[in-house]
Ligand binder design. Sequence first.
Ligand code: ZN
Length: 201
Amino acid sequence: MQVVPPALERLMSDLTRLPGIGQKTASRLALYLLRRPPAEALNLSASLAELHSSIQLCSRCFAFSENDPCRICEDARRNNRLVCVVEEPGDLLAIEKTGAFRGVYHILHGVLAPMEGIGPDELKIRELFQRVRSQGIEEILIATSSTVPGEATASYLIDHLSGLPVKVTRLACGIPMGMDIKYADEHTLSRAIESRQFIEK
Ligand code: ZN
C-alpha cells in the first residue's frame, strides 16, 4: 500500500540528492512546503527552473554569473593583472566579503583528487595557464584551502607556473591547517590576503 502520495515521495527523493540532506531532513522540508501556501512552492520551483537558463560561467574567471564577462572581470577599477585562484565559487564570495582583494579571480571548480579520477583536465587548470600566457597577468595568488587536496593542487599549480613569466604568491598566516577557506572569518581571511608570501620558483 502506498502510504506517501507519489508527488511527495518524488520531492523527498529529489531533495535527498542535495548535499547534506538525509531522508529525515528531506521529509521535513517536503512536508513544510506542503503546509505553506502553494505560491511559495511555485516561487521556489520558478527559481530552480531559472537557475540554469539565467546563470552561466564567466568565460574568463569561471565564476557563476548572469553576464559574461562577470561583473568582477568587467570592473575597470579592479586590477586584472592580479589573479586569485580559488577552488569554488563560495571561496570567491568569502574573499569578496573581506574587501581586502582588488584583483580578479580564477575558479578551478574543484581540487585535484586522483583517487576520485579528478585530474587537471577535470578542473579549469589549462584555462588558468592559458590566461597567464595571453592576458599579461603579473601575479597569481593561490588561495586553495589548506587541506591535503588543496595543498596538492597548489603544488601542482606552482610547479607548472614556474616556467611562465608570472609572480606566484600564496595566502599566508591566518588560515588554520585543514580548514576550508570558506569557513574562515573575514578578519582571518583578510590578514591572510595582506600577508601573502612570495614563492621562490
Ligand atoms: Zn569573471
